[in-house]
Design a protein around this ligand. Structure first.
Ligand SMILES: [Zn+2]
Length: 319
């Protein structure tokens, strides 16, 4: 089930994080924040703060932080959907029902972590690391945070903006991909490649196509690289496979269906891109034409095929 971000925001707006956490943790109002002993680590003096205005919690002892969703997920070890079901019924907001049609068009997007250069460990990291180690060896009953030391180390919770400090505690909906969106992005990608290939540009020029015509038909170019789509859309591998634009070799290696070809996007009656035709750059290369295969959005033997053929006839003198 994909829950749109605006529904999540609406549910969070109607959820009071102080009430929610107050059911599990004894909270005391301390100025701008509510504080209590952290449920995520052992402590005797409260370093766990809940910010009603930000709808966020932050522990200065173990750095646990997040919104209402994160809190329920972490404290009960529950998954996102499960927590959203509870919060939505409390907030009186209905979650979207699974729509069979939408389901067919969606695929799981992968999370691709940005590559972070290794950095020198900061003092804070080292502190956290050593604390974690101590926590892991639960046989260290002497471990506790000295409140005086704690206050000299931690920022004043009153004037601390927890959301500035760490965004990782915000739980975003795991967004599913949509095949139409992916096809549109791929069409744009192929269009952007055309200026990089002299040969492909010459091909169109020799066919007498003007820049306007090329733009009107959204013609493009698929590069030679065997994995250009994988590199351009690393989160969308599942979608690319559903569209048949990625093939898997016998040795299990993924490669692009269309390589070093001029690209003709195939559009449906609504103008949405549903597939691609690729033509080799010279007649020696066989096959001369490759079309992307049938998919959830592209059925060559149905209405769309006729539409595509009609267009292809008109475009015949180009090919
Ligand atoms: Zn804590």
């Amino acid at each position: 089930m994909a829950i749109p971000q605006h529904t999540i925001d609406q549910i969070l707006d109607r959820t009071d994080i102080v009430d929610l956490i107050g059911q599990r943790v004894k909270l005391k109002k301390t100025g701008r924040t509510y504080s209590g002993c952290c449920p995520f680590h052992q402590e005797k003096s409260p370093s766990f703060h809940v910010y009603r205005d930000k709808q966020y919690y932050h522990c200065f002892g173990c750095q646990a932080n997040g919104n209402a969703i994160r809190f329920l997920m972490d404290i009960d070890n529950r998954n996102f959907i499960d927590v959203m079901k509870e919060l939505s019924s409390q907030a009186g907001i209905e979650l979207p029902k699974d729509n069979q049609d939408n389901k067919k068009l969606s695929y799981k997007r992968e999370t691709v972590k940005p590559q972070v250069k290794p950095q020198a460990q900061t003092q804070e990291d080292k502190n956290t690391a050593s604390k974690t180690q101590e926590q892991n060896t639960e046989a260290t009953p002497s471990f506790e945070i000295d409140p005086f030391e704690a206050f000299s180390q931690y920022p004043d919770p009153e004037h601390f903006d927890p959301t500035q400090f760490d965004q990782t505690g915000f739980v975003q909906a795991p967004q599913d991909g949509n095949l139409y969106d992916l096809l549109e992005n791929i069409a744009q990608f192929y269009e952007r490649q055309l200026p990089h290939s002299k040969v492909a540009q010459n091909y169109f020029r020799h066919r007498g196509l003007s820049t306007e015509t090329i733009q009107y038909w959204r013609l493009g170019y698929a590069p030679e690289d065997w994995q250009h789509l994988e590199k351009a859309f690393p989160q969308d591998i599942e979608g690319l496979k559903l569209l048949g634009l990625i093939r898997t070799s016998d040795s299990g290696r993924d490669f692009d269906l269309l390589r070093d070809r001029v690209i003709f996007p195939i559009r449906d009656s609504k103008g949405r891109v549903v597939g691609f035709g690729g033509r080799a750059l010279n007649d020696e290369i066989k096959p001369k034409y490759i079309n992307s295969p049938d998919s959830e959005v592209f059925h060559k033997n149905q209405l769309l095929y006729g539409l595509y053929e009609g267009r292809k006839d008109r475009a015949q003198n180009w090919l």
